[in-house]
Design a protein around this ligand. Structure first.
Ligand code: NAD
Length: 469
């Protein structure tokens, strides 16, 4: 096999054969060693990773460190620290039900996993799930996005440097490659991307009965309540919207601000954007580009459509096609028939809508697909009320985006924003099968086998009393 084999059935077959052969040897030590190799490689290639992301979409080095490299290193640190405990078989006491047996739940590798990654955090969202897959003992075929060629090529080279292809192979390519990959009978598919492609992935998985983790997107709303700390809210909301030029799955997509704070909030937002990116924010080196031309025109069209239908640009609105840059833009006077109100914005554009009654906001949130994140700025009473009356993949109060980086809480969507959890133990569990290992010691259940007699009926009655049914 060459370093960058492109024959997908052959890549899959080699991994399948090896995952079986490796079952008893890819133990705790071997997995730790693989994770160590990955950590050392990332540390050694930090400059190359930053350069690739600068080439792909003009992302500032500090933003690459904060949003691409650090999250993966944190994931590695957390996983290496807890892996022994996660791998340990857990006793499963049955109480009186199966008295005379012992059982354990053994996390076992699902087998060969496919990871399909998007372009928006092309390093983080490709290598982060790889950490979980290796921790779980799986082999991995990883397909990064075709829209970030420099980063994808770098990931391919880095993985080929440190892992044999029957443990990790990176396959580059677009839809055609992804489609061919999805025809292989993978044991688990971990997909991060849009809900539309998520549907295609799930349909493909249904043919082979692969399990799936779907990390999807959607519109994550923000509520700024009457008791919010306006400056803090504006700071977190502006950052959550403008980080990665808005191309973030847990971005603060749109804001419902209590009418009493509308003006003050808009002023605070303006001040925070200026503080972070300067008065002429489109020129800022700290503001990333739109990742590709299609992405640029989609977001520019959203602004144009909203304007044409009567939205007011409170701030921003400028676009620079040559540099694929869009100014941080705040829109007001919105209507539901505007495209921006219907689709995930995925750009540095923030619609701000005033509200009077919380009930109306909650009704709107509940009428839309369940969001990946739901953000509340305000006191505990407001937060608890919103939490108890809505559903979302994640929920956060008085901050944004950080739901993605929490090492010990599952990250994931619900319904149209995805299913299954990622990161930490949830990520490990996604790539593991929790295998039941049940062993008989003194277990006279054969007394209840046929032929059924009066004794059987008496035993059943006795059993019902014992287990208190
Ligand atoms: P996308 O769905 O277009 O592409 C993601 C991956 O799927 C790419 O590798 C692509 O090659 C592949 N793909 C595209 N079309 C395919 C097809 N027909 N069959 C099989 N594979 C196909 O997503 P994107 O535009 O790269 O990313 C943006 C989306 O991802 C947004 O909706 C965003 O919210 C979501 N997202 C979610 C998370 C999360 O963790 N939940 C993180 C980042 C992005």
């Amino acid at each position: 096999m060459t370093e960058h084999d492109t024959d997908i059935p052959r890549i899959f077959a080699a991994q399948k054969a090896e995952v079986v052969a490796r079952r008893s040897t890819f133990d705790y030590q071997a997995r730790q060693a693989a994770l160590d190799r990955l950590r050392d490689k990332i540390l050694a290639e930090e400059d190359a990773i930053c350069a690739a992301l600068m080439a792909d979409f003009g992302k500032h080095r500090d933003e690459v460190m904060l949003t691409e490299i650090m999250p993966v290193l944190l994931e590695l640190t957390h996983t290496r620290k807890h892996l022994r405990r996660w791998m340990r078989p857990k006793r499963a006491p049955s109480g009186l039900v199966l008295l005379g047996t012992s059982a354990k739940v053994r996390p076992t590798p699902k087998g060969v996993a496919l990871i399909i990654a998007p372009w928006n955090f092309p390093f983080n969202l490709a290598v982060g799930p790889l950490v979980s897959a290796l921790a779980a003992g799986c082999s991995v075929v990883l397909k990064p996005s075709e829209h970030t060629p420099a980063t994808s090529r770098l990931i391919q080279r880095m993985m080929a440097d440190i892992f044999p292809p029957d443990l990790v192979t990176v396959v580059t390519g677009g839809v055609e490659t992804a489609t061919e990959l999805l025809e292989q009978p993978f044991d688990h598919i971990f997909f991060t991307g849009s809900p539309e492609v998520g549907q295609i992935v799930m349909a493909a998985a249904s043919k082979t009965l692969a399990t799936v983790t779907l990390e999807l997107g959607g519109k994550s709303p923000v509520i700024v309540g009457p008791d919010a700390d306006i400056k803090k809210a504006a700071r977190w909301i502006a950052w959550g919207r403008l980080l990665n030029a808005g191309q973030t799955c847990v971005a603060t997509d749109h804001v419902y601000v209590h009418n009493s704070l509308r003006e003050a909030f808009l002023q605070a937002l303006d001040a925070q954007i200026t503080k972070m990116y300067g008065a002429d924010a489109i020129q800022s080196q700290d503001l990333a580009q739109m990742a590709h031309a299609g992405q640029f025109s989609r977001v520019a069209d959203l602004i144009a459509d909203a304007r044409a239908k009567g939205a007011t640009v409170f701030r921003g609105g400028q676009v620079d096609e040559d540099r694929r840059k869009i100014a941080p833009t705040v829109l007001v006077d919105l209507r539901d028939d505007m495209d921006i109100q219907q689709s995930e914005i995925f750009g540095p554009v923030l619609p701000v809508m005033p509200y009077d009654a919380l009930d109306d906001v909650i009704a709107r949130i509940n009428a839309a697909p369940h969001p990946l994140a739901l953000y509340v700025f305000g006191g505990k009473a407001l937060a608890d009320e919103v939490l108890s009356r809505t559903t979302s993949g994640t929920f956060a109060v008085n901050l944004s985006v950080m739901v993605f980086v929490h090492p010990a809480a599952p990250f994931g969507g619900v319904g149209r924003s995805g299913n299954g959890g990622a990161h930490g133990h949830a990520g490990f569990a996604a790539f593991s099968h929790m295998r039941q290992d049940l062993r008989a010691r003194v277990f006279p259940f054969h007394l209840a086998f046929p032929p059924y007699t009066k004794t059987t009926a008496r035993l059943i009655a006795l059993f019902k009393r014992i287990v208190q049914i």
